[in-house]
Write a protein that binds this ligand. Structure first.
Ligand code: MN
Length: 427
């Protein structure tokens, strides 16, 4: 952890320039009308993005893994890393856990550590995409959709165990992502695989505490390359409809085929009141786990444009959305990548808040495509970095989180404490 005075020392040389830039942008926004700079900063401060425990170590690919040193070796150390991120940006106040990688051995101690750092548990995530040592049945041919009832029962029980661990820690969200599917035509009876999955999910849903949400994630391909049991938002939506109101669709940005109109999916799900969760990452080709917003910042802005628009529409009745970064870093320092991802997310959100929405709606009603697009471009091209930096500063964080992380020598001290060979639990 960094001391408050250390953070303030790191900000000191940047402060005069920041205040001039923030003031200048504030004047520009005041001239435009709409949200003022302090309004936007207040919204940014309230926006929190959870960090998954599996993004704190170096992930690697199926060909190899190049650990970076100082990786968190335990749940305690993972929470320490998220606490450091939250200290730097004030926007990372929650951690998501993967069971069984992060089974808490002392729940009371975990709760205490979280509370001391101003953090909370975001969600628990089940893992039936790999076999664990000593497991009775294999998930090689699927889990909740498996043809063997004993495999399905084991997978259901694992999800019930996740609910138990989550309850010990005060979580309210359980996320299910299924790797189930098939690799060859004819391998799986497509309709029956879906029916078995719905039965298994129903058994999990029936055990869900009344104040919990079950998030159901979809993915078009990988690890299975011919069929996935839950390949798209329509399948996830249909399952949620069958389960009940506490089941919600989770949109993972990397889980779409190239050029899918994700913002439209977001709009549709909000219309149905079924958008429950969001996994941020960036992709070039598929589930690439690149830094959020690094490849398609305009798409990220358009997604936030839908979220902001629905948030201001009294006819939309969508529950609060759980936001999380879902990435597995293998090139950058994972903590630097998480800071950059969060920065890109806040930047896209700030720009979406600046859209002149009454003018946009009027242009849409008149079918004025050029003006409508121009209104979006005007917001997207505004340099909102002073607003994001001011949100960090007001939270007691760093004006430039990555630079502060480097200047404070955070990775070097983590490596010194934990060792060069420390490897995070997970994939
Ligand atoms: Mn995901």
């Amino acid at each position: 952890m960094l001391s408050i005075s250390h953070l303030s020392d790191l900000n000191a040389p940047l402060l005069a320039d920041h205040e001039a830039d923030f003031h200048h942008l504030g004047e520009r926004l005041a001239r435009r009308g709409g949200l003022t700079a302090p309004n936007v900063v207040a919204r940014l401060r309230a926006f929190q993005v959870a960090v998954p425990s599996w993004a704190l170590g170096t992930g690697g690919t199926r060909f190899g893994r190049f650990a970076g040193g100082g990786e968190p070796r335990s749940l305690t150390e993972k929470i320490q890393d998220v606490a450091l991120l939250h200290q730097l940006n004030g926007s990372s106040n929650a951690i998501s856990l993967h069971i069984p990688w992060d089974i808490p051995t002392d729940a009371a101690a975990v709760r205490q550590q979280l509370a001391a750092a101003g953090l909370r548990i975001d969600s628990v995530n089940s893992n039936t995409f790999q076999d664990q040592p000593g497991q009775g049945h294999s998930y090689k041919y699927g889990s909740l959709s498996a043809t063997d009832p004993a495999v399905r029962a084991q997978a259901v029980q694992h999800n019930l165990d996740c609910l138990g661990y989550g309850q010990q820690l005060g979580a309210k969200v359980h996320t299910v992502w299924l790797a189930d599917g098939s690799n060859f035509p004819g391998q799986s009876h497509l309709r029956r695989a879906y029916q078995r999955t719905q039965e298994s999910l129903t058994a999990i849903y029936e055990a869900l505490p009344a104040d919990w949400t079950l998030l159901l994630e979809y993915k078009p391909y990988e690890p299975n390359f011919y069929s996935m049991v839950i390949p798209d938002w329509g399948t996830s939506y249909a399952l949620c409809q069958a389960l009940g109101q506490q089941a919600q669709v989770l949109v993972d940005l990397g889980h779409h085929l190239p050029n899918t109109n994700i913002e439209q999916i977001v709009g549709r799900l909000q219309h149905f009141g079924r958008l429950g969760g969001f996994h941020f990452n960036g992709s070039m080709y598929g589930d690439d786990d690149l830094t959020t917003g690094s490849i398609k910042p305009f798409q990220l802005f358009l997604i936030f444009n839908e979220l902001v628009d629905a948030g201001q529409d009294a006819t939309v009745h969508n529950p609060a959305v759980a936001y999380m970064i879902d990435a597995s870093h293998n090139t950058k320092d994972p903590l630097e990548d998480l800071l950059q991802s969060t920065d890109n997310i806040l930047t896209a959100y700030a720009k979406a808040l600046l859209v002149d929405r009454p003018a946009l709606h009027a242009a849409q009603e008149r079918n004025d495509a050029a003006l409508a697009e121009d209104l979006l471009r005007d917001a997207f091209l505004t340099d909102v970095r002073p607003l994001v930096a001011e949100a960090y500063r007001q939270c007691g964080g760093a004006l430039r989180p990555v630079a502060a992380y480097r200047q404070a020598g955070c990775r070097a001290s983590l490596t010194q404490q934990r060792g060069r060979q420390a490897v995070a639990t997970g994939l």
